[in-house]
Design a protein around this ligand. Structure first.
Ligand code: NAP
Length: 530
């Protein structure tokens, strides 16, 4: 039978797509990447808002597959800012000569499985259908920006931005009255910098969020040298933690220690900065009473930082800690001490409309020259559902996922042979440090394709029973945590009409990796190979 033009088409040139391409090419596969943007970097290509940086430490938010790469690349800050991460993605693309197999400005609109030929037909906005034996969706978990609709419409005539679609040229807010809608991770990073530049900043907050200080700064060369002296050891330690981050996850329970010990631990973690805070006590994600101790601690910190008690109160979250994603900030709460910043609570009284001159809340107009939507993303399923993906018998993935995503291990789907998702729903993905978990998926998929090739198989497809069992298991594990007790994008509740399903796998990276390895050891257990 004639071979298709490509062995594999990879959709997306972010960190997942770049490594997938490199890996497949090294194995002698003819692979092509289709990328909607004009450059590599994925998330870091699009999210260029002021203050954008990764809140996983740079020494960990980086590839480990190539020892020379991780030795030679020097990070400048404890947490790398977006321009530096984008330079890193560019460097990787150049270093491994990847761009010759990437088509930019090529947004994929459909992927249709041709059963007779056992091939995928992939079409881009440019229209040209391309054929490949396999399709690998490296489309990112948080890549489709969400701009909410407002009950009485949107006629805003000023300049508007979305944090996830920021212009490439410098945006100046000097002398401008700026509004920010949202107080999630993106807003928490952008607000302090916009406040420094704008004439006036008005923040529209629907849900107050927990945020801990980053304590960012230049990366100590000695720390960098020490880590590089035995980089694999750090990576190994990270891989043993649930979030695949080298952090000390406490094994003690918050409710089993004295109030003084708890306070000491929280203070120490607060002083350390960043996600280390989430590892203070083992029962925080599971037990509401334990969780309340950390809630109280952070609310206390907010009261210490914010001078006006009423504003401090408004900024104090009341939901479960860790239910929505924890934010990591630099000067976020202190920004509300500035005279040019106004906090508008839109929880009880939602935004009614965007008028031509600003934002209308509770009958009052807030006049603005520029409006920043920090309103998040249609996460995990949004990007895939916007591509017309059709598997066996022309069945649409969107229909299959009508009541929530269904995958086997977040890697494959019943009814969709030879289609893989990197960090798809049902995998730990967004609950982890994405770089190593991307690598784990890429390597699993690459090994799988090598296995198919060497054993003369043309197709692989998740079995429905295996998929059903995995979906049930994913829901069951999520149900044992407090993560399902609030509204969050993990549950799809930020998007009108989206089914309420906890989408990532919360059972932790080590358990997940073990399951993936067992599946392989048992001859791709739960998949059908033909
Ligand atoms: P997000 O966490 O979903 O936050 C969106 C914000 O917009 C929320 O405060 C939300 O309020 C608000 N909002 C949405 N619709 C609204 C409406 N109609 N009226 C008023 N407020 C509205 O989005 P994000 O901040 O872009 O972050 C998304 C994820 O990206 C993060 O959780 C994180 O995983 C990742 N991220 C990471 C970093 C980093 O590494 N530092 C930085 C940025 C983003 P509600 O909470 O009430 O829905």
């Amino acid at each position: 039978m004639e071979r298709p033009a490509f062995d594999a088409i990879i959709v997306g040139a972010g960190f997942a797509g770049l490594y997938m391409l490199h890996r497949l090419r090294r194995m002698g596969f003819r692979a092509l990447v289709l990328e909607a943007g004009s450059g590599v970097g994925g998330t870091w290509y699009w999210n260029r808002y002021p203050g954008a940086r990764c809140d996983i430490e740079s020494m960990q938010y980086s590839y480990q597959f190539d020892e020379a790469l991780q030795q030679e690349w020097d990070w400048t800050e404890r947490y790398a800012a977006q321009p530096e991460i984008l330079r890193y993605a560019e460097h990787v693309a150049e270093r491994f000569d990847l761009k010759r197999d990437i088509r930019f400005d090529a947004r994929v609109t459909s992927a249709v499985f041709d059963e007779a030929a056992a091939e995928w037909i992939v079409t881009t906005e440019a229209g040209d259908p391309l054929r490949a034996g396999f399709v690998i969706m490296a489309t990112g978990c948080i890549s489709t920006a969400n701009t909410p609709a407002f009950p009485s419409g949107d006629n805003f005539a000023g300049v508007r931005y979305h944090t996830g679609r920021w212009p490439h040229e410098k945006v100046s807010f000097k002398d401008k009255r700026v509004g920010v809608i949202g107080t999630g991770s993106s807003a928490v990073q952008a607000i302090p910098l916009i406040a420094e530049e704008a004439d006036h900043l008005t923040v529209f907050q629907r849900t107050a969020n927990y945020s801990v200080p980053a304590h960012n700064g230049p990366l100590d060369p000695e720390v960098q040298r020490r880590i590089k002296a035995d980089y694999p050891a750090l990576r190994q330690r990270a891989s043993k933690t649930r979030a695949c981050i080298d952090l000390v996850f406490g094994t003690k329970k918050a409710l089993e220690v004295s109030a003084e010990e708890r306070q000491r631990e929280y203070e120490a973690r607060w002083a350390m900065g960043g996600f280390g805070f989430t590892g203070a006590f083992a029962d925080i994600p599971l037990d509401l009473e334990a969780n309340r101790t950390v809630q109280d601690f952070i609310r206390g910190k907010i009261r210490e930082i914010v001078h006006d008690p009423e504003i401090a109160q408004r900024l104090s979250p009341t939901n479960t800690f860790g239910c929505k994603r924890l934010c990591v900030d630099t000067n976020y709460f202190a920004t509300y001490n500035r005279p040019n910043v106004t906090l508008v609570d839109v929880s009880a009284t939602p935004i009614e409309a965007l008028t031509s001159s600003g934002v209308k809340v509770g009958g009052r107009d807030y006049a603005l020259d520029a409006l920043v939507f920090a309103t998040g993303f249609d996460a995990m399923t949004g990007t895939l559902n916007r591509i017309d993906i059709r598997g066996r018998d022309g069945a649409k993935l969107k229909d299959k996922w009508e009541d929530g995503p269904r995958t086997y291990l977040g890697l494959g789907m019943a009814g969709f042979p030879n289609l893989f998702t990197v960090t798809g729903p049902g995998s730990p993905s967004v609950l982890t440090n994405m770089l190593p978990t991307i690598e784990q998926h890429v390597e699993w998929i690459a090994d799988c394709l090598a296995h198919l090739r060497s054993n003369g198989f043309r197709t692989i497809e998740a079995a429905r029973e295996a998929e059903d069992a995995w979906v049930d298991h994913t829901a069951e594990v999520a149900g044992t945590t407090l993560r399902v007790t609030c509204n969050s994008w993990y549950l799809g509740s930020n998007i009108a009409g989206k089914p309420r399903v906890f989408m990532p796998y919360v059972g932790g990276f080590p358990a997940y990796v073990q399951k993936c390895q067992e599946v392989v050891a048992k001859g791709y257990d739960g998949f059908r190979l033909s």
